[in-house]
Design a protein around this ligand. Sequence first.
Ligand code: SF4
Length: 441
Amino acid sequence: MSREKPDVEGGETRIVRDAACTFCGCVCDDIELHVQGHKIVQAKRACVLGTAWFLNHAIEDRPSCLIEGRPASVEEGVERAARILTEARYPLIYGLSDTTTEAQRVAVSIADWVGSCLDTTSSVCHGPSGMAVQGVGEVTSTLGEVRNRGDLIIFWGANPAESHPRHFTRYSLMPKGMFLPNGRKDRTCVVVDVRKTKTAKTADLFIPITPRADFEAVWVLRALARDLDLDAEQVLRQTGQPLEVWQDLMRRMKAAKFGAIFFGMGLTMTRGKHANTEALLALTRDMNAHTRFVCRPNRGHGNVTGADAVVAWRTGYPFGVNLARGYPRFNPGEYTASDVLSRGEADAAMIVSADPMANFNQRARQHLESIPYIALDPKETPTTRHATVAFTVAAYGINVPGTVYRMDDVPISLRPAFESPHPSDLQILQAIENRVRPSIT
Ligand code: SF4
């Protein structure tokens, strides 16, 4: 870690170079943090979202552990948490997308020891992508390859201009790459979406499609990739765009040297869900008969990609896994957290760096509130507020080191800015694991 101590007006400022921002899946690792005591006063090169993430981070002035709202020692919290998990008949462990890979790994172990349902926030964003990848595979690349080679960039149901502000400048559109010396001028940007987003406004070609018609539109392209004849009237009716528009896009796709498709929740969370993603992944595979083409999801949380990877390494499935029988069973819709809670099945839960009380449906929230559960979060949230045991933990990337996976599955080491008085997720989870392991064996 590179830390300097220059004299700066108003007190000593430490500089942390090449820090990684974990606010979104871009995980920009070129941030220069200026730190005064327990405060980051400047985050050079961070976008507006990253700057807010770093500069608004303050050490929470609350105990590291609350049991039923009352301050307690971390040891007491760990003891109570272990009891909650081991005494439950159907525990649920959920979250994991905003913590380090090291902590995710321990959470999976706990799930295994106590025989719980294990789910990540993927189930409410790119879960369908995980299912599609398991179904048809993926043709992929790093973002570095896109930066250096990608001359046709397609965003499908994704709006990185607002959700991942540095995606354009660091990876996909603006950079001058090894084979694209003129940067943006050497690239063509196409956006397919149901509305004219901020991203669509920057595109060379915007194709607005009928809402919920992504599946049909991708299959039109699959047919055109194979030079099949299509009924023009049917194409217009089912996609909202004339056949000529899709033929023009296919011409551009075949003519590209290196095409990259980035897709978002506009594709994965609309009608068709995993079938949409499967179709897009299959289209990408088809395109490789003509030219090099890759496809990547634009992931939201800083380490949601790591969560998928860790859960898949350990169980064979990326999310929505049930370990109650001592072996993993995968069934999104049955073992995904919002469904398990909505049906009133879980009788205890552990929520790691997620806020289901703020974004699950009412039935799920009501059930969660009615059962004993543990919450780990750096900040006070609706979920920590209702938790039986609430741990205030150090923030990953800002206070604790570790590994996160960028949206293209590239591991990035974190360079924290300052220490927190609170324990890390990893420390709490390790303590819980140590406690639940002997009680199970
Ligand atoms: S694009 Fe994402 S990772 Fe990069 S600085 Fe902005 S919020 Fe942080």
